[in-house]
Design a protein around this ligand. Structure first.
Ligand SMILES: Cc1cc2nc3c(=O)[nH]c(=O)nc-3n(C[C@H](O)[C@H](O)[C@H](O)COP(=O)(O)OP(=O)(O)OC[C@H]3O[C@@H](n4cnc5c(N)ncnc54)[C@H](O)[C@@H]3O)c2cc1C
Length: 434
């Protein structure tokens, strides 16, 4: 009988076999290739690529190549550590996609579909990286482009487009998430500028961002205004939020502002009410809707390869009818998600897209992605719980995407208001019969 070591004695040395590092997954489980060697794309079943213009296909190809080669091999390690791989920022910058549809100021002037497929290709390999990108590009940069002065655009956009500086976008507060229009951070006018006081929570990229786009309530007009705050502004502190179960590579922060001075030159002149914030959100929701599309494609691609490699009962898992049914359900979801995302892009280009359209696209696509991720997780059995095989990671990552940029419920209510004319965000007042 093998005797167990006495673990109560703190001074006792553990036998060396306790100290071995974990086996690399490719050695521990040679029956299937881990996602560090990314699977080929099998999810574009209806040849969506044919709908793209040559320049959009070119963006798609270069983003795909970078993500598969540079990010896929390291993403599990960074996701597990909940750290950001700063060394890949120059590689992202070289893709020339930051700034998306913005024209001029060193921005790439992509079509909305080109920008959307770029976001999807990033998310196909890693949804944290696509979130990092979208916060920087589709929220912060777009707000400066749509609501900033000419001088602000010239000053800030070129280095943001080259990713020499990184930005974040701070709307949410500890007490105001879905109800963001009621936010309480204050902006008080003083000579030469503004004083910001308050707190923000959940702000992606904020722990290292050079520029923070911050929304605060103007104490004179009582309306929401926007400000560009520099990371070294006195009175500003940012701390990393820990223990997230999804998008672990994204550095979300708690921001505390105690009498932070912002010069007049850094107030965004085009943000004069919450409606102006909503204009940015409607566009960025189209981009966000493409994240779950890419994420679902990655899940399908991974499952498609895995089921052909892994054998049970003497046959590849792909040969079992129940596995095929799940794969086909996932594939059908993805084709429909792509077509809805594509239509949103076309509505936007023709000037017909409404906030209700964008909200329906975002909420419906994330719902289907959640179902797709759950099916994929099942298909991989135990390996559906390991980040090394991508699907478990994506299964966790879809949860925050379902919740941010308006939860599923809030986006549903935005569309509901548009189609019925009744806003139902607030509970109906209860009248007492007594
Ligand atoms: C990973 C991550 C990254 C984020 N990044 C950013 C960022 O960069 N910048 C930023 O500003 N914010 C960011 N957010 C915040 C995000 O936008 C909010 O989490 C989101 O708006 C929901 O707010 P909440 O978490 O406070 O939930 P709550 O508003 O408290 O909602 C809780 C639940 O109640 C439901 N609910 C609320 N109101 C209603 C209603 N009227 N009717 C029906 N149901 C309702 C919601 O749908 C939800 O299910 C991020 C969040 C996450 C998780």
């Amino acid at each position: 009988m093998v005797s167990r070591p006495n673990l109560d004695n703190a001074n006792m040395k553990m036998p060396s076999y306790f100290n071995f590092p974990a086996l690399d997954v490719s050695v521990a489980f040679p029956q299937a290739t881990p996602a560090s060697t990314f699977p080929p794309c099998a999810s574009d079943y209806f040849h969506f690529n044919d709908l793209l213009k040559p320049e959009e296909q070119a963006v798609r190809n270069r983003v795909r190549e970078c993500m598969e080669k540079e990010i896929a091999p390291i993403m599990t390690e960074y996701w597990e550590k909940a750290e950001f791989p700063f060394h890949v920022i120059p590689k992202f910058a070289a893709l020339r996609i930051a700034g998306g549809t913005i024209k001029g100021y060193g921005c790439p002037d992509l079509s909305i579909a080109g920008s959307a497929v770029a976001a999807a290709e990033v998310a196909r390999v890693d949804a944290s990286c696509s979130t990092f990108f979208l916060v920087h590009s589709s929220l912060a940069m777009l707000t400066i482009a749509l609501c900033g002065s000419e001088a602000q655009k010239q000053k800030y956009l070129p280095s943001l487009a080259q990713m020499k500086t990184i930005a974040c976008w701070a709307l949410t507060e500890p007490d105001y998430g879905s109800d963001a229009s009621a936010l309480k951070t204050t902006a008080t006018k003083v000579e030469g500028g503004w004083i910001l006081d308050g707190q923000k929570r959940w702000i992606g990229n904020s722990t290292f961002a050079d520029l923070l786009v911050i929304f605060a309530r103007n104490m004179t007009t009582n309306q929401i205004n926007g400000y560009i705050v520099k990371k070294d502004a006195p009175g500003l502190t940012v701390t990393k939020m820990e223990n997230k179960i999804g998008l672990r590579i994204v550095q979300n922060g708690d921001i505390v502002m105690g009498k932070v001075f912002v010069p007049d030159d850094d107030r965004l002149e085009g943000v004069n009410s919450f409606q102006d914030t909503n204009k940015v959100l409607a566009v960025s929701r189209v981009m966000v809707a493409w994240q779950p599309i890419g994420l679902s494609m990655g899940i399908y691609d991974m499952c498609h390869r895995y089921l052909k490699e892994r054998k049970q009962f003497g046959a590849p898992l792909a040969a079992f009818q129940i596995s095929q049914q799940k794969l086909v359900q996932m594939l059908g979801n993805i084709q429909a998600m792509i077509l809805v995302g594509w239509r949103l892009c076309k509505l936007y280009e023709s000037g017909k897209m409404t906030p209700g359209h964008a909200s329906l696209g975002k909420s419906w696509i994330t719902l289907r992605a959640r179902e797709t991720a759950a099916l994929g997780r099942e298909l991989l059995g135990g390996n559906g719980i390991l980040a090394d095989f991508l699907v478990a990671k994506a299964f966790c990552d879809i949860e925050p995407i379902y919740t941010f940029e308006g939860t599923y419920d809030i986006n549903t209510l935005v569309t509901g208001r548009e189609i019925t004319g009744f806003a139902s965000f607030k509970p109906v007042a209860q009248k007492s019969r007594l």
